[in-house]
Design a protein around this ligand. Structure first.
Ligand code: DMJ
Length: 929
C-alpha cells in the first residue's frame, strides 16, 4: 500500500533512523518484503507445495467451521469432544474464560473476515445474513469488555470492512447496507458505561443488557483491571468512530490510553500487569510482554499506523526501549519488577508473548524477533505445541495449550520480513501438529496437557479468527487473495481494518489527549525503523545466521535463570551468585554469602531477593515432586483412531505407565459396576480393560477384583455426575494404606464427563479399544498394521472423503491388537517413586468413599495436574543436570563436613526467617509509587 492510502511511515516528525521502506501494515511495517530476493539458506518451497499447504489450511478451516456451524451454532463456541455448543450457564463455569461468551454466536462473528481472506465469499455472505438474522447483543449476561471489544466489536468491524470492499467490487454483498456497522455501533454504546470511572479506565466486565452498577447488572464492583484490558481498545473504538462519525468511542479509548501512559513507572518506563481503575495504583507491579500487558504495546504501535498520530509512536518507542533494556534477554523475554527492572519477577514465560516477535517485525527490529521466535519454535518442537507457560530452562510450567495463534502470527510476519523459506517449513510443522494432535472428529480440541497429548472440550473462537488467517496468508501469493491485504491492519484478534480510516473523520484525533514528551531524547529511538535494505542486501542468510547459534538452545542447554546484571563480572573471573537450587545450609561458604545478601551493595541485595524468590519456587516444586503426572486414555478404535485423548488421573499402585509399555485393549464394564466384590462377568472382562464406577469401596479393592477376573487394566469412572477435568483438579488414586504390590495392572481415573465419552462410544460402536499410557501416542504408531487410509494418519484433506476402513478390517486387526496387548509386561518391578509415595500414607486417601461429594479433593487426594511440571520430563536438561550433579558431588567430596542431603536446614524455616525481608521489600516498592 502507499502512504496516500492511509497509515504512516517514518516520514513524520518523530526522530528516526531510516525511511520506511514499505508501509505494509499487514506485516513488515518497516521492512522490505524480501521474498523476491531470497537466494540461499533453507531450500525454497515450490509454488506447488505452498498451494498444497494452503489447500490443507482451507480443509482444516472447513473442518473447524463446518463442525461449529453444524453442531454448535448459534452457541458461542463448539465443544469438539462432545460435539455440541457451549452455552453459558449450561456448562460448569470455567471462571474468567467464560466471560468471552455473551450468547452472541461468538465464533461466527469472530470468523467473518477469515471467510473472505480464505476466499470463501459465498460462505461470508451467508454468515453475514445469519449474524443479522440471529445475533442478539442485548442479553442479560456479564461479559469481559476486553474480549467483547477484540472479538465481537472487532469481528463486526472486520466483517463490515470486507463487506464494503466486496460490495465495491460489484459481485458479492450488493444488498449490504452497513448493517454490520450498525450492530457494531449498538455494541459500542453498550460498552461505553464501562468507562464511567474517574480514571477513564474501563471496568473489566459489563452486563450487555444492564450495563454497570445497577442491581441487576451483577458487575461494577471490581476495582482492578489488566493493562491490556484497558489499553486494547483504540483500534476498534477509533475505527467505529471514523466509520460512523460518532467521536465518543475514539475519545474514550484515547483517554484510557492517556491515563495508562501517565501512570507508567517513570524511572523504568514500564507498566505493571494490573491497575486499580479508580486510583491508578499498580496492583501487580511485574511487567513483561505477555499475559496482561501484551496488546497494550501492540495497540500503541498499530494506533500510530492506523491513525497516524505521532504521540502513539513516541509512547511505543519509549516503552520499547524499556522492554529491550530490561525484559528482553535474547532469546528470552522475562518479566521484571517495574521499580526494580534489573530484578526478574519470574523464572518462566507465558505463551501469549509469542506475538512479540511479530510486533518487533512491525517495528522493524528483526534480530531479536528471529531469536525469540527460534527459541519458541524449539519449545514447540519438543512438545508439539507451546505450553501456556514454560521455564527459562524450557521445562513445562503450565501444560495447557488452547490452540493459541500467536506463534503462527509471528511466523507469518517473519516470513514476510525475511522471505526465508525456513518460516514456511515452520508453518508446515504447525499444520502437521494441529492435524496430528489436536484434530478430533468434530473439530479441533485444545490440548489439556501438551506432555500427554490429552484434550480439553474446547475450541476457542480465536482459533478461527486468527490461526487460519495467518497460516493461509503464510502460504498464499498475492493472487490467492481477492483483495490487497496490505491495505489493512490486523487487530490483536486478526480482524482487518482499512488503513484509509486514518484520513477519515480525523477531527477527534487530538481532542482530550495529554501529552508531555519533553523528557524524550533521541536515544529513545535507537530501535526505530532499521532499514532492511541495510539488513539484508548482500546477505540472504541473515536470518539463518541469527538462528544458527540458537539451534540447540532448548535441547542441549538449560540456562539456569538467565540474569544479565553481572555478566561482565562473570567474564572477568568473579564468582557467579549463589543460586537457591545449589544452596546447602551446612556449607559455610554459602552461609557467608547469605549473610552478605541484603547487607552490602545493591547487587548483593538483588541476589538476596532473587535467592528468596527461587527458594519459594523450589519449596513448592519440592512439594509437587511427590506427585505423579497425569496419564492419557486414548481411544484408538474406529472412528476415533487415536484422535480422542482423555486426561486421566494415575494410581499410586499397580503398573506404572511411565516406566512400562502402554496397555492397549478393548473395554468392558464390570459387574457389579462398582467392582467392589468378585465380578460376576469374568468372561466379559478377561483380557480387557475393565470399566468400574467410583465409590462404595477402596480403589485398590476394585483393582484386585478386576485383576482376579483377568482384566489387563482398569478405568475408574467418577460417580459424581457432571464432574470434569475441565473444572475439577485431577487426582491420583491412593492405595488402601496396606501393601499393594499384588496389584500388577494399570489403573487410571476419569471424571464423569471424560468417562461418558467412552461409555457413549460403547453404546454407539460396541467394540471400543483404548490405549492407557503416560502420553498420547502418535497416530501412525497406533495404526501400525491396520488398514487405514493415509488421510487418517496424515489428515490429508483430499482423501477425507475416501472410503473408511470396513468393520471387517477393524475386527480383524482388533484380534491382532488384542493379542499384542497381551504381550504387555504385567510385572511391575515397583519403583522408588511409588515406594516413597506409599511411605507417606498421611498425604493419601485412606479410602474411596461412597460419598465422594462430602470429601473435598484436597483432603482426599494430591493433584498431579496442578499446572506445574515438577521433574525434568523427557530427559530434558540431562547434560546440564549431570554436570550439576557432578559438581555437587565434587563439592561434597572436597568437604568432609558436608553431608549432602542430611542436616540441611528445612526450607520452611529459611523462608520464615526471610518473610520479614520480603515484606520490607514490598513496602519499599509501594513507597516508590
Ligand atoms: C486472542 O484473543 C487475542 O490475540 C488476544 O490479544 C490475546 N490472545 C488471544 C489468543 O491467544
Amino acid at each position: 500500500m502507499s502512504e496516500a492510502g492511509g497509515g504512516r511511515g517514518c516520514g513524520s516528525s518523530v526522530p528516526q533512523r531510516a525511511p520506511w521502506s514499505l508501509v505494509a501494515a499487514t506485516a513488515a511495517f518497516c521492512l522490505v518484503s524480501a521474498t523476491s530476493v531470497w537466494t540461499a539458506g533453507a531450500a525454497p518451497m515450490s509454488r506447488e507445495e505452498r498451494q498444497k499447504l494452503g489447500n490443507q489450511v482451507l480443509e482444516m478451516f472447513d473442518h473447524a467451521y463446518g463442525n461449529y456451524m453444524e453442531h454448535a451454532y448459534p452457541a458461542d463456541e463448539l465443544m469438539p469432544l462432545t460435539c455440541r455448543g457451549r452455552v453459558r450457564g449450561q456448562e460448569p463455569s470455567r471462571g474468567d474464560v467464560d466471560d468471552a461468551l455473551g450468547k452472541f454466536s461468538l465464533t461466527l462473528i469472530d470468523s467473518l473476515d477469515t471467510l473472505v481472506v480464505l476466499n470463501k465469499t459465498k460462505e461470508f455472505e451467508d454468515a453475514v445474513r445469519k449474524v443479522l438474522r440471529d445475533v442478539n447483543l442485548d442479553n442479560d449476561v456479564v461479559v469481559s469488555v476486553f474480549e467483547t471489544n477484540i472479538r465481537v466489536l472487532g469481528g463486526l468491524l472486520g466483517g463490515h470492512s470486507l463487506a464494503i470492499m466486496l460490495k465495491e467490487k460489484g459481485e458479492y454483498m450488493q444488498w449490504y447496507n452497513d448493517e454490520l456497522l450498525q450492530m457494531a455501533k449498538q455494541l459500542g454504546y453498550k460498552l461505553l458505561p464501562a468507562f464511567n470511572t474517574t480514571s477513564g479506565l474501563p471496568y473489566p466486565r459489563i452486563n450487555l443488557k444492564f450495563g454497570i452498577r445497577k442491581p441487576e447488572a451483577r458487575t461494577g464492583t471490581e476495582t482492578d483491571t489488566c493493562t491490556a484490558c484497558a489499553g486494547t481498545l483504540i483500534l476498534e473504538f477509533a475505527a467505529l468512530s471514523r466509520f460512523t462519525g460518532a467521536t465518543i468511542f475514539e475519545e474514550y479509548a484515547r483517554k484510557a490510553l492517556d491515563f495508562l501512559w501517565e501512570k507508567r513507572q517513570r524511572s523504568s518506563n514500564l507498566v505493571g500487569v494490573t491497575i486499580n481503575i479508580h486510583t491508578g495504583d499498580w496492583v501487580r507491579k511485574d511487567s513483561g510482554v505477555g499475559a496482561g500487558i501484551d496488546s497494550y504495546y501492540e495497540y500503541l504501535l498499530k494506533a500510530y499506523v492506523l491513525l497516524g498520530d505521532d504521540s502513539f509512536l513516541e509512547r511505543f518507542n519509549t516503552h520499547y526501549d524499556a522492554i529491550m533494556r530490561y525484559i528482553s534477554q535474547p532469546p528470552l523475554l522475562l518479566d521484571v519488577h517495574i521499580h526494580k527492572p534489573m530484578l526478574n519477577a519470574r523464572t518462566w514465560m507465558d505463551a501469549l508473548l509469542a506475538f512479540f516477535p511479530g510486533l518487533q517485525v512491525l517495528k522493524g527490529d528483526i534480530r531479536p524477533a528471529i531469536e525469540t521466535h527460534e527459541m519458541l519454535y524449539q519449545v514447540i518442537k519438543k512438545h508439539n505445541f507451546l505450553p501456556e507457560a514454560f521455564t527459562t530452562d524450557f521445562r513445562v510450567h503450565w501444560a495447557q495449550h488452547p490452540l493459541r495463534p500467536e506463534f503462527a502470527e509471528s511466523t507469518y510476519f517473519l516470513y514476510k520480513a525475511t522471505g526465508d523459506p525456513y518460516y514456511l517449513e515452520v508453518g508446515k510443522t504447525l499444520i502437521e501438529n494441529l492435524n496430528k494432535y489436536a484434530r478430533v472428529p468434530c473439530g479441533f480440541a485444545a490440548m489439556k496437557d501438551v506432555r500427554t497429548g490429552s484434550h480439553e472440550d474446547r475450541m476457542d473462537s480465536f482459533f478461527l479468527a486468527e490461526m487460519f488467517k495467518y497460516l493461509y496468508l503464510l502460504f498464499a501469493d498475492k493472487e490467492d487473495i481477492i483483495f490487497d491485504i496490505e491495505d489493512y491492519i490486523f487487530t490483536t484478534e486478526a480482524h482487518l481494518l482499512p488503513l484509509w480510516l486514518s484520513t477519515t473523520n480525523q477531527s477527534i484525533s487530538k481532542k482530550n489527549t495529554t501529552s508531555e514528551y519533553t523528557e524524550l531524547d533521541d536515544s529513545n529511538f535507537d530501535w526505530t525503523c532499521p532499514n532492511t535494505q541495510i539488513l539484508f542486501p548482500n546477505d540472504p542468510l541473515y536470518a539463518q545466521s541469527i538462528r544458527e547459534p540458537l539451534k540447540n538452545v532448548v535441547d542441549k542447554s538449560c540456562p539456569r535463570g538467565i540474569i544479565r546484571v553481572r555478566e561482565e563480572s562473570f567474564r572477568s573471573g568473579a564468582k557467579p551468585p549463589l543460586r537457591a537450587r545449589d544452596f546447602m545450609a551446612t556449607n559455610p561458604e554459602h552461609l557467608e554469602i547469605l549473610k552478605k545478601m541484603g547487607a552490602a551493595s545493591s547487587i548483593d541485595a538483588e541476589d538476596g531477593l532473587r535467592f528468596m524468590q527461587e527458594m519459594i519456587e523450589l519449596s513448592s516444586q519440592q512439594q509437587k515432586e511427590q506427585q505423579l503426572p497425569p496419564r492419557a486414555v486414548q481411544i484408538v478404535s474406529h472412528p476415533f483412531f487415536g484422535r480422542v485423548v482423555l486426561t486421566a488421573g494415575p494410581a499410586q499402585f499397580g503398573l506404572d505407565l511411565s516406566k512400562h509399555k502402554e496397555t492397549r485393549g478393548f473395554v468392558a464394564s464390570s459387574k457389579p459396576y462398582n467392582g467392589c466384590s468378585e465380578l460376576t462377568n469374568p468372561e466379559a472382562v478377561m483380557g480387557k480393560i475393565a470399566l468400574i464406577q467410583r465409590g462404595q469401596c477402596m480403589f485398590a479393592e476394585k483393582a484386585r477384583n478386576i485383576q482376579n477376573a483377568g482384566a489387563i487394566g482398569g478405568i475408574v469412572i467418577d460417580d459424581n455426575e457432571g464432574s470434569s477435568s475441565d473444572t475439577a483438579p485431577l487426582f491420583q488414586m491412593a492405595g488402601d494404606g496396606k501393601d499393594t504390590d499384588d496389584i500388577k495392572i494399570p489403573m487410571l481415573f476419569l471424571f464423569s464427563k471424560e468417562g461418558s465419552i467412552i461409555l457413549d462410544a460403547i453404546r454407539e460402536y460396541e467394540e471400543v479399544e483404548v490405549l492407557l499410557s503416560d502420553k498420547a501416542k502418535d497416530r501412525a504408531a497406533i495404526l501400525k498394521g491396520k488398514m487405514i487410509p493415509s488421510y487418517i494418519i496424515n489428515s490429508n484433506p483430499e482423501m477425507e472423503n475416501e472410503e473408511q476402513p470396513s468393520s471387517e478390517n477393524d475386527s480383524q486387526s482388533a484380534e491382532q491388537i488384542t493379542s499384542s496387548s497381551q504381550e504387555v509386561d504385567l510385572v511391575d518391578q515397583g519403583s522408588p517413586e511409588e515406594s516413597s509415595l506409599n511411605s507417606q500414607p498421611e498425604s493419601l486417601s485412606p479410602a474411596d468413599t461412597d460419598n465422594a461429594a462430602s470429601v473435598s479433593p484436597s483432603e482426599q487426594i494430591s493433584n498431579p495436574m496442578e499446572n506445574h511440571e515438577t521433574t525434568s520430563l523427557d530427559g530434558e536438561c540431562t547434560d546440564l543436570d549431570n554436570q550439576l550433579q557432578e559438581q555437587s558431588e565434587t563439592e561434597e567430596d572436597s568437604n568432609p563436613n558436608v553431608s549432602w542431603g542430611k542436616k540441611v536446614q528445612p526450607i520452611d524455616s529459611i523462608l520464615a526467617d526471610w518473610n520479614e525481608d520480603i515484606e520490607a521489600f514490598e513496602m519499599m516498592e509501594k513507597d516508590e509509587l
